[in-house]
Design a protein around this ligand. Sequence first.
Ligand SMILES: [Zn+2]
Ligand SMILES: [Zn+2]
Length: 367
Amino acid sequence: MRFQAAVLRSYAGPFAVEEVSLRTEPADGEILVEIAGCGMCRTDLAVRRSAGRSPLPAVLGHEGAGVVVRTGAPDAAIGVGDHVVLSFDSCGHCRSCRGAAPAYCDSFASLNLFGGREEDAPRLTDARGEALAPRWFGQSSFAEYALVPARNAVRVDPALPIELLGPLGCGFLSGAGAVLNAFGAGPGDTVAVFGAGAVGLAAVMAAGAAGALTVAVDRHPQRLALAERFGAIPLPAGTAGLPERIRRLTDGGAQYALDTPASPPLVNDALRALRPTGSLGLVARLHTALPLAPGTLDRGRGIRHICEGDAVPGLLIPRLIRLWRAGRFPFDQLVRTYPLADINEAERDCDAGRVVKPVLLPERGSR
Ligand SMILES: [Zn+2]
Ligand SMILES: [Zn+2]
């Protein structure tokens, strides 16, 4: 079948929306999804800095959501017509997957970041027949259709606005899951969030929903204003004596801190803002060595990386939808929609901080 997709051909070049061709029918355990909307996540844009490890040309996009139009097996748990949110890929049989920790799948990098499953390689091609790297994060959803493993799809109520739900599969899942799963924050806990982008603001909303007192740190005033609207105490990143300010606001230090920018000075500040036994979670990948100042880990403080919010998507996505319906996780206020054809504008707006979460909508029938 032929349809439109956004193709990235070079690490520095723009996306090009063009016709692509998908060769195979869904195999056992696969579903074909008509994409209603796909969020743009920092990890899509990080491909540009992957130093050649993420293969191009590729169809990116890994916050897709849409409607199932074909399935590979009639007895699948997901059927034609179901509305689904797509999340990351995992093998399903390694120790982490068997232990309900698919974000730590032994094959996470190869399945999600470096070109997908080997058997997929020839299935997606451009109009000239050249192979495109498919199944970025098991999806490649900057497109009208995506062929995905059914285990990555989470069925949702068809009454919901499916085109907006894709970011629940990665960015919002990562921030909310860090707070709800990795920290297990509850009423009376204190949480400091460093960086108020899509992941950080989802963490702020989740901390508020959990009843925790939250402090948010960012250098953009408009992002801090959003964090404040969602219940956090705002602190500009350049505030003098930032860790001391946070310790005062949190009655002796935050129990939990979440760092989203992975900047070593801010990581040290985040550790200094913790109370004894406090935990710092990192969500981004470090690009330099991380020197820690003496004392920052004393008295039981800890630091760990948190991938995809420690989430089992089939459990956390329905939970976030329930919180949203109760008015306690208003993620839709962070979303701005763009036609898929305007994907380069969406990237520019994202880089400039003009939008927190772009969601790209394929425009059917407009060709
Ligand atoms: Zn696995
Ligand atoms: Zn992502």
